[in-house]
Every structure is written in structure tokens, then in C-alpha cells.
Design a protein around this ligand. Structure first.
Ligand code: NAD
Length: 334
């Protein structure tokens, strides 16, 4: 929001935007724009992520950390803090907990506290959606979903808005969970079919993997020419969703190269010397037009979506603006 639009109270106060308000104000279209813009800024080096901190705190089996960064184009400075508390389910709380804290880049003053749980799912779905928008074949008709956990429903809804999909094929380790995807397809008028992983690759024009797997679920030679695959689950050292050889067969794109080669899907292909860091293109370069995206209908494109703090800050900042505009942000004085 520009300074002109801010009331004196907003100027001086801190905006509190709850999880519930985030769900009310932040839709997929706004998240898409926020994430696309910040990927673009990252590629221009006007936005950068600071080193990520993640620690086992030795209490409640919790993993705690924070992701921080500064986007000079969007004038967004802040951090997302939180992590994973495995015992939360017993208290009717989500195991993943996060909060975004935004600061005024001109003064360092606290600007906003924003619930980060819903926004994490929305920004992750926006990331794969941006990759589909820029890299998938225009005539893609069949979407393949590998994984049916919490993130998958957000992924599915955002993906189907990018192309004229007619069918969705899905696979999950626990097949009974595929009903959550089938229900959404039913609601959206799309045919849904549960299939084997190999069959999924034979049918799908676009594939999203969103699992917590530590071994490849997709073989290199199952993928047909022209496929776009968004690997979204691998965000930690040791995780893996696809055959490392697939990264050598495909043109590889990512949100951030530094994360892709260390904790993203590319970590295994890099370790096995199947590809080099220079083989991986930041998707922001494609968005900005400085690098080519898909160059033929036969090319296989792979997006390694590792998840960066700037995505969280971008959607949180947009949520604050929307909440303020709709009178839904609580303003408090510090
Ligand atoms: P979830 O716990 O709700 O679901 C986990 C999914 O992984 C389920 O579909 C489950 O069947 C599958 N799975 C687990 N172990 C598996 C195995 N060994 N083989 C095959 N499938 C397996 O989790 P979620 O919230 O849906 O998150 C899914 C993954 O996405 C997690 O690994 C999470 O860390 C990652 N994630 C990535 C980003 C990002 O920005 N890239 C953001 C959020 C979450």
C-alpha cells in the first residue's frame, strides 16, 4: 500500500492479520502475482534470501527455524518463523506452525504480524502454478498428482487454473487419501482416476509431486516427451521424489539455484555429477525474458520448487494490504 493510502493509525501501528483473515483475503490469483513478481525480482538480484536457520530445539521434538529476506522491488523486509511440532495433533493444532513478521525497510520498525500456515500452502501452490504457466505445453490436457497430503489440494486447485485440463490422474502411498483429490475434481467438473505411478507418467502432460518421500517415485524412462513436472516435495537434504537421471534428461528450472542444489530435487543429480549448477535456470529469468523456457513441444521441463522465504514475505505483504483495504487487519500500537 502506498503511504498516501494509509490512515494515520496504520502509519503508526502494527497490523495483525490472523490465519482466518488470511484465508478470507488471500486468493490464488493474488498469490500467483505475488510469487511471480518475487521470482522475477530474485532473478534481477533486487530481492534475495538470507541464510536459512533450522534447529532441533531439544524440546517437544520440535524443529524450529526462520527464513528471511529483502525484496527491494516490492519493499518487503521480514521473516517467516516457525517449524514442526509433532505432538500438536493431540492438541488439535497443525504440526506445522509459522508466523510472518514484516518490518518497514526504511526504518526497521515492526509493521505486521501475519499467520503463516495457510499462506505457506497458498504460496507453494502458486510456485508450481507459475512454473506451469511459464513452462508447460499450452495444449496440456491431463494433470498427474503424486501425493495426496495437506499441500496437494492447494496444488491441484492452483494447477488446474493454468491450462485447459480435462482429466486428473493421481497416485498416493495411502490410496484411500486420493478421495480428497477426487472430491475437488468432482467439484470442478474434472474426471479423476487413481492410477499406478507408471500409468500416471504415461498419461499426464503435467505432473506435480508433493510428497515427503526419500526415494525416487518416478523413473526417468516413464516420462513422455513434452511433459512438465513440478517437484514440490523435496525441501530438505535427503528427500527425493524423482530419478536423478530425469534431471539430466529434462531442462531444469528452479526458484533458487542455491537451494535446488543443496536441499532440492537437484541435490541428487548434482551429487552424482549428472548435471552441473549451471544447467539449472532460475524461473525468474524465464519470467523476465532473459532466458528461454520451453523451446519445443517434445522438451521435458522440470521445476524444482524448493520454497524460499521471499515467497512467504510476498504473500504475507499482499495479505496485509488486502486485509487493510477490506478493514480486516487489527491495528495495534507498539
Ligand atoms: P503431509 O504429511 O500432509 O502429506 C505427506 C504426503 O507424502 C502424503 O501424500 C504421503 O502419502 C506422502 N508420503 C510420505 N512418505 C512417502 C513415501 N515414503 N513415499 C511416497 N509418498 C510418501 O505433508 P504436506 O504438508 O502435504 O507436504 C508434503 C511435502 O511437501 C513435505 O515433504 C513438505 O516438507 C513439502 N513442502 C514443500 C514446500 C515447498 O515450498 N517446496 C512447502 C511446503 C511443504
Amino acid at each position: 500500500m502506498s503511504d498516501n493510502n494509509q490512515s494515520p493509525a496504520q502509519d503508526q501501528g502494527i497490523s495483525l492479520v490472523s490465519e482466518a483473515v488470511c484465508q478470507e483475503v488471500m486468493g490464488r490469483a493474488d498469490a500467483f502475482i505475488a510469487v511471480e513478481n518475487v521470482f522475477s525480482a530474485m532473478a534481477k538480484n533486487t530481492a534475495y534470501n538470507f541464510p536459512v536457520i533450522r534447529e532441533a530445539i531439544g524440546h517437544a521434538d520440535a524443529l524450529y527455524g526462520f527464513k528471511s529476506g529483502f525484496d527491494r522491488d516490492g519493499m518487503v523486509l521480514g521473516l517467516k518463523s516457525g517449524g514442526y511440532w509433532p505432538g500438536n495433533m493431540q492438541q488439535n493444532l497443525t504440526n506445522h506452525q509459522s508466523t510472518v513478521i514484516l518490518f518497514d525497510p526504511d526504518t526497521g520498525k515492526l509493521k505486521a504480524l501475519v499467520g503463516g500456515n495457510y499462506l505457506t500452502a497458498v504460496r507453494t501452490a502458486a510456485s508450481s502454478a507459475v512454473s506451469i504457466a511459464h513452462l508447460a505445453r499450452k495444449d496440456a490436457k491431463v494433470l498427474g498428482m503424486v501425493g495426496a497430503g495437506h499441500q496437494s489440494t492447494f496444488q491441484l486447485r492452483a494447477a488446474v487454473e493454468q491450462r485447459n485440463f480435462e482429466r486428473v490422474v493421481g497416485w498416493n502411498l495411502e490410496p484411500e487419501r486420493l478421495s480428497v483429490l477426487a472430491q475437488i475434481c468432482d467439484e470442478l467438473g474434472l474426471v479423476f482416476e487413481a492410477v499406478s505411478r507408471e500409468e500416471l507418467c504415461a498419461q499426464a502432460d503435467v505432473i506435480i509431486t508433493i510428497t515427503s518421500a526419500f526415494e525416487a517415485l518416478i523413473e526417468n524412462d516413464w516420462i513422455k516427451p513434452g511433459t512438465h513436472i513440478a517437484c514440490m516435495g523435496t525441501d530438505t537434504i535427503g528427500k527425493q521424489e524423482v530419478d536423478a537421471k530425469l534431471l539430466a534428461s529434462a531442462s531444469v528450472f528452479t526458484d533458487e539455484v542455491a537451494q535446488s542444489i543443496t536441499l532440492g530435487e537437484a541435490q541428487h543429480a548434482i551429487a552424482a555429477k549428472l548435471i552441473q549448477q549451471t544447467d539449472i535456470t532460475p524461473i525468474g529469468e524465464v519470467i523476465n525474458g532473459s532466458k528461454a523456457g520451453r523451446t519445443s513441444n517434445e522438451e521435458i521441463t522440470l521445476f524444482d520448487g524448493t520454497g524460499v522465504g521471499l515467497q512467504d514475505l510476498a504473500v504475507a505483504s499482499a495479505a496485509v494490504e488486502l486485509a487493510q483495504a477490506q478493514g480486516k487487519a487489527n491495528q495495534i500500537a507498539l
